[in-house]
Ligand binder design. Structure first.
Ligand code: DX5
Ligand code: ZN
Length: 220
């Protein structure tokens, strides 16, 4: 198990992205990058050119969450841009060809499950993954309320991963604030994504530190 905090740049000021990232980088274990295509989700955000630009400004691990209908045609572009992990959604169908592409490019493999998707949809792929992303809001927008029902999915995933002894991290994404950070960590989450709780706070580095302390109070 790891204990990592991943600021989501979705809630950062895109016009000052390099500065926003620099401001939180000392408190961040990785950077979460939400890619939306206006089809898989109603929102439209950023793609490989922005990842390439970020890559020139930070050494942080770039965790790219692909909320797109056609990840197959984009994965090489993300690898070229310097993405360290690409997370694809299980709702699109058999992800194994996508995993093969990512492995061939030495990019870590993540699989995301939307709130209404059962853990069983992702379970067969666990041995192929570096990370399972449990969405705790409906994908598409920052600043939504946490859906507490997904904690049962986290617990089921934690059991399955631990029982099989798999080196798979569990990430949670959406509605993470101080209270939900604590609940998610207690349910077995390894990686907390937080967007608005960090970037909309008056002091983003302090907000990141507070989230980490709320999630893992006994950690140094
Ligand atoms: C939503 C995105 C999240 C988003 C979370 O579709 O996947 O990563 O940034 O934002 P908050 O933390 O504000 O709920
Ligand atoms: Zn995300």
């Amino acid at each position: 198990m790891s204990r990592q905090l991943a600021p989501s740049i979705l809630s950062a000021d895109f016009a000052r992205l390099g500065d926003e990232v620099a401001r939180v980088s000392a408190e961040a274990d990785l950077l979460h990058v939400d890619v939306m295509d206006g089809h898989f989700v109603p929102n439209l955000t950023i793609g490989p050119p922005v990842v390439a630009a970020l890559r020139r400004h930070t050494d942080l691990f770039l965790d790219c969450h692909l909320m797109v209908d056609n990840p197959d045609v984009l994965l090489d572009d993300f690898a070229d841009a310097g993405a360290n992990r690409c997370i694809v959604h299980v709702e699109l169908g058999d992800p194994r060809p996508l995993f093969d592409t990512l492995r061939a490019r030495s990019v870590q493999v993540g699989l995301a499950v939307s709130p209404e998707t059962p853990f069983a949809a992702a379970a067969p792929y666990l041995p192929d993954l570096d990370l399972l992303l449990v969405m705790s809001v409906h994908p598409g927008f920052g600043g939504q309320a946490f859906i507490p029902d997904v904690l049962d999915k986290v617990r089921a995933a934690r059991r399955a991963i631990d029982d099989a002894g798999l080196p798979v991290d569990i990430e949670i994404d959406g509605g993470i604030q101080l209270g939900t950070a604590h609940e998610a960590a207690a349910a077995g989450v390894d990686v907390l994504v937080a967007g608005s709780a960090i970037f909309h706070a008056p002091d983003p580095p302090a907000a990141a530190r507070a989230l980490r302390a709320a999630a893992w109070p006994t950690a140094a």
